[in-house]
Design a protein around this ligand. Sequence first.
Ligand SMILES: [Zn+2]
Length: 673
Amino acid sequence: MTDRKGLRRLGRLGRLALLAAALTQAAPSAQTPGGPARQSPRNANYDIDVTLDPAARTLTGSEVITWRNLGTLAAYSVRVHLYWNAFRNTNSTWLKQRKLVGDDAFGDAPEGDFGYTEVATISVLNDDGTDRADLKPVLRYISPDDQNLDDRSLASAELPTPVQPGETLRLRITWKGRFPANFDRTGAIGNYFFVSQWFPKLGVFEAGGWTAHQFFANSEFFSDFGRYDVRMTVPTGWVLGATGVEQSRIDAGAGRTTHRYVQDDVHDFAWTTSPDFIERTARFEHSGLPPVEMRLLLQPEHAGFADRHFTGTAAALRYYGEWYGAYPYGHITIVDPAFQSDSGGMEYPTLFTGGTRWLSPRGSNDPEYVVLHEAGHQFWYGMVANNETERAWMDEGFNEYSDSRVQAEALQPNYFVQRFFGDFIPWQFRDIPLKRATDTNWMNTYRRMGDRDALSTPTFQLWPATHQAQSYHKTALMLHTLERKHTWEVMQKVLSTYFSRWQFKHPQPDDFFAVVEEVTGLPHAWFFDQVYRSSNKFDYGIERLDSEPVSSRGLSDGLTFEDRKSEGTYRTTVVVRRLEAGVFPVDVLVTFSNGEQVREAWDGRARWHAFTFDRPVKAVSAQVDPERVLLLDTNYTNNSRVMAPATEAAATKWSLRWMVWVQDLLMTYAFFV
Ligand SMILES: [Zn+2]
């Protein structure tokens, strides 16, 4: 998802009378079942029929899950996520966790705003599709993460016979779900339906047990790869977008149409439908990369923004493709969510939601940024697919780091924008271009909250308000620090090696750390122990800088008192201090009045170190970490000292930097209130 807030206020100024153009009868896609080369193990395949009742805001679904045990141990049970039960009552783990940080969502919502998933039947099938065993009597809600008996977002059923390694289990589940109203990336508002985390979905069977968690406020998702073959029945004439490509469109009677979409090698499936979408298409082409058909489903009042959605999407496809590896699916769907739908800024396989503000100056990177970010998720979330419930940073942080890089490459200028009058009217500061390293990696959030949790804490156990600072910003700054230490060329090789080795698998943190060590040829445990396993902060500063004539007084040999002053030699003393627990090797650069510069390396381990230099001139300035390699340093303003007052130009520059930080602080604060 995106951490750029304000998407909850996607501007729609009155509904324009632009109705969606007539549905084009899509020709069956070139991507037919069994078509492209197999990219993933495809061990969790879903065959789903679902019908939307827009008036009742319900889904009625039936699915057959074909799951193969890839492990070396038998599975004695299955675990099924029923995510919409997070919206079932105010005691759900999701809503309780939100309340921890003062968000009383649903506190006074009417009954009809609550949502649910209710399993009607669940059974094990024989190969011929007939029922072998009814699991409904043994299906029970479980809450392994917090023992919350009111949470029903996860269920388990014992199997009558275990699934041995290599064996396949076929399950049929029928269910009914009601959309929560307008809530957290799924739900319905008016006749806009965004349908995500909507079907009973298996966990991941690892090391003899199921990795499957309840639905928490910050956690995202983790599933195995497979084929999704989904038939969605909606009112005829409504525009529908989904993971995959449309294979057929059949009249289902009673004014309804069934759209069939198929996609291989993905681990989730989302869709959306509304009569109001207008549709645009464009083709991404770039030499050395496979072409991608881009389909944009746009709110009518945002019709003028289409090129900016395509620009953001193409930027991700191009740069992530060049740097890390090609996007292999051949198509991507961009959804522009309805005003106040709260479904903006979220990624799903081959489909994502962006977000558009009605007033958005060019050069503000809005909506380009959120589109780029969500399109970028196709690579880390979509293909590499780590466990996002426990380690969201391996997706969000990698994506944040990468998209800030793409912004710098492809979306310049990128000016600071402040919004007024209820976050509505934008004012663009054309003298404040945003800097990738700090502004677009959200230095300010990290500075305030980077030490309130450790990155190694499972995401669902992070304090809800620090998830952003950890999973997004600290991780992005950590990767950026590695880049500054080793150069972008090395970092690009790290990430492309990691991407090609782990795509369509499920990497762990150590798998990434191992690639860093392999590509750089250097041990990095000292670094990841601090930034990943601890919550330590980093701050180095120059505590003292002075240059005085060299002198010495005292008793020398023979107990003769001597009082010596060197004419024309100054002793410069620089005291560098490590002000926080974090340790990082740093350079110290001292500049003298004759222009000479001396650079000293310091391992940064002690709490302080004094350097002295005897020179015929005084020093002008001293800097620790002059190139700002350690981007994780939380207070860069103490990194340098000058002898004389700074020039006016320098003061102006610093005041502008501070202004950005202060504004950023206010904007970040505004999100949490
Ligand atoms: Zn994201």
